[in-house]
Ligand binder design. Structure first.
Ligand SMILES: *Cc1c(COP(=O)(O)O)cnc(C)c1O
Length: 252
């Protein structure tokens, strides 16, 4: 029998789930604490439908405009998807994002959070948000700047101040933090980055226990197993499910 796209997708999803389970086993973690987010950027709505049919419930997109069309195309799809925005969000797209997504991983300022919250609240919604942080020392990365946070109490204090302001907004609810490890041929190079986010989480949880810090969104195709070993609760996986993406044409 020939395989159609759905069967192939089922196998890929099963393979990723096996790898997630093995990483959980190594770390002594319950597999139910790790959520697989299928990153469908650049892929069409039919591909999203395939991955939903294969039992994945969470879908990640990195551009509002691209997601908008897919979310519309799949509005009546069963089972319904939970849509995550994982890419950088521009202020002028905050309103649309607040209406489209369930969860936004890329909140990197109080202003952006306030814009999203205002639009979400106006629509009677409450969005789950994660604060994107840069712990890696790579200057180009987006997110709250928490490089060397361990040695720079002022940086940590500024972040906690921002988090408290964001936590006071109506329309959004902080559920944790997200980071992107620098690109590196060796996935082990990401381990200290993931470990740093985990230990930052423990510190902010002790200093701001009124905020929910449960979720750690970290780990992609090349390094998700390491991220799970270091405490990831959400892994964002594109290429391992859908193959290589076409090269981007600039923009962000
Ligand atoms: C594209 C993307 C991913 C998925 O990357 P893969 O290497 O394809 O698994 C994860 N997170 C973010 C923020 C992305 O933009």
């Amino acid at each position: 029998m020939m395989q159609d796209g759905t069967d192939t997708m089922r196998e890929r999803v099963a393979d990723i789930r096996r790898r997630i389970a093995l990483a959980c086993q190594r770390a002594g973690r319950d597999i139910a604490t790790v959520r697989l987010i299928a990153v469908t950027k650049t892929h069409d709505a039919a591909t999203v439908a395939d991955v939903l049919a294969a039992g994945v419930t969470d879908v990640g997109e990195n551009r509002v405009q691209e997601a908008d069309a897919k979310i519309a195309a799949l509005a009546a799809h069963q089972p319904a998807a939970v849509w995550h925005l994982i890419g950088h969000l521009q202020r002028n797209k905050a309103r649309r994002a607040a209406l489209l997504f369930t969860t936004i991983h890329s909140i990197d300022s109080v202003d952006l959070a306030a814009a999203v919250a205002r639009h979400a609240a106006a629509a009677g919604r409450t969005l789950d948000i994660l604060l994107q942080v840069n712990v890696s020392g790579e200057a180009s990365k987006e997110g709250f700047d928490l490089q060397h946070w361990h040695d720079e109490p002022a940086r940590l204090a500024a972040f906690l101040g921002a988090a408290r302001s964001i936590a006071s907004l109506t329309g959004t609810r902080i559920i944790g933090m997200m980071t992107i490890a620098p690109l590196n041929a060796d996935p082990e190079a990401a381990r200290p980055v993931f470990r740093s986010l985990r230990s930052l989480r423990d510190v902010v949880r002790s200093q701001a226990p009124e905020i929910c810090w449960d979720e750690l969104s970290m780990g992609m195709t090349d390094d998700f197993e390491i991220a799970i070993e270091e405490g990831a609760t959400m892994v964002r996986i594109g290429r391992a499910l859908f193959g290589a993406r076409p090269a981007p044409h600039g923009g962000g």
